[in-house]
Design a protein around this ligand. Structure first.
Ligand SMILES: Nc1nc2c(ncn2[C@@H]2O[C@H](COP(=O)(O)OP(=O)(O)O)[C@@H](O)[C@H]2O)c(=O)[nH]1
Ligand SMILES: [Mg+2]
Length: 224
């Protein structure tokens, strides 16, 4: 079997301390062929770090979703992995995500809420919000997702255009899950453990982005 080429797309905003750790782990893995950092015009040395490690650097000023869309479009791998730069994701799990695509699935999503997964980066009310959103998406689109607002995922490159993604902000993961359901893509969940962010503060705001996610769900409900 031909070896699949693997691209990793990382949206970044002021991650100069976290990014070197993430990139070192990715290099150590030895199965990543291309790393695309999509930076939201960081005020720190994030871009310098990315260049030092030989990453492709792109810029986007709209938000995490928009950055991810750009990176996924420009990726040249057969398998495209989306990942955060905050040290919350374990690089080795890429092996599992990649295996899902190689086994024939179109999208392989990390889930924090199946056996083997977990999170130390989610206060109780966010867990509750996530549960409500998962329930709604499963109800409206007949899925059996266990997680929704989580960005550690692998995509078969050839289905990325089909998803026709539009969201600019933190609604992007939800949009992906819903459109994968609508377009009847083959989706697999694999367990993933989310560690706490190592340095700095997250950019996600629970109420603003919770609202954003809810609006993503309802706007998709009224579209074909
Ligand atoms: N390019 C870009 N990246 C962002 C933006 N906001 C967050 N990120 C990155 O997206 C990833 C997830 O963001 P984070 O704030 O940790 O959100 P959380 O993990 O959902 O709490 C991190 O790698 C951030 O650096 C943004 O506006 N633009
Ligand atoms: Mg985070």
């Amino acid at each position: 079997m031909k070896r699949s080429k693997v691209s990793v797309v990382i949206p970044t905003l002021n991650e100069e301390k976290n990014l070197p750790i993430v990139l070192k782990d990715l290099k150590k893995l030895g199965i990543v062929d291309e790393i695309i950092v999509v930076d939201g015009y960081s005020k720190d040395k994030t871009v310098e770090v990315a260049k030092k490690f030989g990453c492709k650097v792109l810029y986007d000023n709209k938000g995490k979703g928009s950055a991810l869309r750009l990176g996924m479009k420009k990726a040249t791998g057969d398998i495209v992995i989306s990942m955060d730069a905050d040290c919350s994701m374990i690089a080795k799990e890429i092996i599992l995500l990649k295996a899902g695509i190689e086994a024939g699935y179109d999208i392989c999503m990390g889930s924090r809420f199946i056996q083997g997964g977990g999170t130390e980066d989610m206060p109780l009310f966010r867990k509750f919000g996530n549960k409500v959103f998962v329930f709604l998406v499963n109800l409206f689109w007949g899925m059996r997702y266990s997680d929704l607002c989580y960005g550690y995922r692998a995509f078969r490159k050839s289905i990325i255009d089909k998803l026709d993604l539009k969201r600019d902000g933190f609604g992007i993961e939800t949009e992906i899950s819903i459109k994968a359901a609508k377009k009847k893509l083959r989706v697999l969940e694999v367990p993933s453990f989310e560690k706490s962010r190592k340095f700095g503060k997250g950019n996600l705001r629970s109420f603003r982005d919770g609202w954003n996610i809810l609006m993503t769900i309802f706007s998709e409900l009224f579209k074909r």
